[in-house]
Design a protein around this ligand. Structure first.
Ligand code: FAD
Length: 425
């Protein structure tokens, strides 16, 4: 018999439950990825192509291959299944509304469709609050339950993947990228090993230091499943601070699973009125708001396809709380540029910041200047990302408006409301 393993956001061979199950139960295994022609080109797409090239190499080293097709995922999978006489499709269960619709469509096809865990440490829906409800709405009780939950065993990579004969693997487009963070499981495992050796122990104290850049930068790899989140959580066990962040990832996934419209609708109601101001939105997107800490974050995003978590919090709060713009506009821009952009984490965090999500203090006040002084005290993060301000000393770098004249090319402040932009933290 023949089984298709439909890869999606689980682009690895280590601890890959769908692949392991197919190799165990079927004589012939067909690893498949279907490219969606509707996905725009860009850095995240290029990263995906690198992940696929690496996965193909790993599968070939085990006697297999990665079949690549392009088009509608259900139609292409079913077409291949008919060609090869495959009886089973194995895939990882996922949470977004798009993924759920795909799963429903497969369930209506004439084929055995099996779903496996692997996208999160604890599968969404596995933990239910004792007081009732279909998911946890507050992080701390979820974290306690998550820590107590028994974990499935990790799976070694299959030693051999037996393909059917005469299989056309299909061409993989050239990513044409070559960024500082190459996509793929090999790069992910190298980065994770280095991080666990050298970075993990400094994480609890250093993760909020913007200039120190002391977080793992594993998010794009987790996004595409180049690393098993379960394996990472087990190997990082000695740092509760780091494991807690992996739990935040699971938390947002279980919310998105229960509330699939998270990308469109406020999770917590009590609608706010948002301002419409296209110029302000564009200035924010370009990193030209005149608030240095915000501009540094936004320019890091454009340059690297990644932004430090503290900067994400600052720029997001600035958009919704200082400029009064709709969080959805911010989330769309992030999603376009982030290598790690994914619906559950992106919209979950945006809604948290906007006060429409899971924050137990949704009206938390916010002061970007105070954040800047606290998390970038010497101004190194700003100088690194905003060249117009690179020559300013620490006392002016966060407040260039105090100088007799603004540095050439740097804009006046967009929020323009007095000297202290909002009170609060
Ligand atoms: P580390 O600090 O090393 O953390 C390890 C891992 O834990 C991360 O790789 C990530 O998978 C997970 N994690 C850490 N913080 C969070 C968090 N707050 N929520 C969920 N998971 C977390 N993360 C994404 O992966 N994709 C997104 O699209 C995304 N959008 C965001 C939007 C906003 C407005 C904010 C405030 C945060 C967003 N985050 C998102 C969460 C977080 O900023 C990134 O996961 C983190 O900065 C990635 O860097 P790292 O791998 O070095 O993180």
């Amino acid at each position: 018999n023949t089984a298709i393993v439909l890869f999606n956001r689980d682009l690895r061979v280590h601890d890959q439950p769908a692949l392991a199950a197919a190799c165990e139960r079927a004589e012939r295994v067909v690893p498949l990825f279907v490219l969606d022609p509707a996905v725009p080109e860009g850095p995240r797409h290029a990263f995906l192509l690198e992940c696929l090239a690496d996965l193909r190499a790993s599968l070939r080293a085990r006697g297999g291959d990665l079949v690549v097709r392009e088009g509608d995922v259900v139609r292409e999978t079913m077409r291949l299944a008919t060609e090869l006489g495959a009886e089973t499709v194995c895939a990882a269960a996922d949470v977004s509304s798009l993924a759920r619709r795909r799963e429903q469509r497969f369930a209506g096809e004439r084929i055995e469709f099996l779903l496996f865990p692997g996208v999160t440490v604890v599968p969404p829906g596995a933990l239910l609050p004792s007081g009732g409800g279909d998911h946890y709405r507050v992080f701390t009780p979820y974290w306690h339950a998550w820590q107590r939950h028994s974990r499935r065993p990790q799976l070694p990579p299959p030693s051999r993947v037996r393909l059917p004969s005469k299989l056309a693997a299909g061409r993989l487009p050239d990513p044409g990228r070559g960024g500082a963070m190459p996509g793929g499981e090999s790069a992910a495992r190298e980065r994770a090993a280095r991080w666990l050796r050298q970075g993990l122990d400094g994480y609890a104290d250093g993760h909020d230091d913007l200039a120190g850049d002391r977080t793992s930068r594993l998010s794009p790899y987790l996004r595409f499943g180049c690393l098993s989140p379960l394996e990472l959580a087990c190997r990082a066990e000695r740092s509760e601070a780091f494991v807690r962040q992996l739990c935040w990832r699971d938390f947002h996934h279980q919310v998105a699973y229960a509330f699939p419209q998270i990308n469109r609708e406020n999770y917590r109601h009590g609608e706010r009125r948002w301002r419409r101001d296209q110029d302000a939105l564009q200035a924010w997107q370009a990193g030209m708001t005149g608030m240095p800490i915000v501009d540094a974050g936004m320019r890091q995003l454009l340059a690297e396809g990644w932004m430090h978590n503290r900067a994400r919090l600052i720029v997001a709060a600035y958009l919704v709380k200082c400029l009064g713009l709709d969080w959805r506009a911010g989330a769309r821009h992030f999603f376009l540029h982030l290598l790690d952009g994914d619906v559950a984490n992106n919209c979950g965090n945006w809604q948290w910041v906007a006060g429409t999500g899971n924050d137990t203090r949704p009206n938390r006040s916010f002061n970007p200047l105070r954040q800047a002084r606290r998390f970038d005290p010497a101004g190194r993060y700003v100088r690194r990302h905003v060249p117009e301000l690179a020559a300013l000393p620490a006392e002016h770098v966060h407040e260039p408006w105090r100088l007799p004249a603004l540095p050439a090319g740097y804009p006046a402040r967009l929020d323009g409301i007095g000297e202290e932009p909002n009170r609060g933290n």
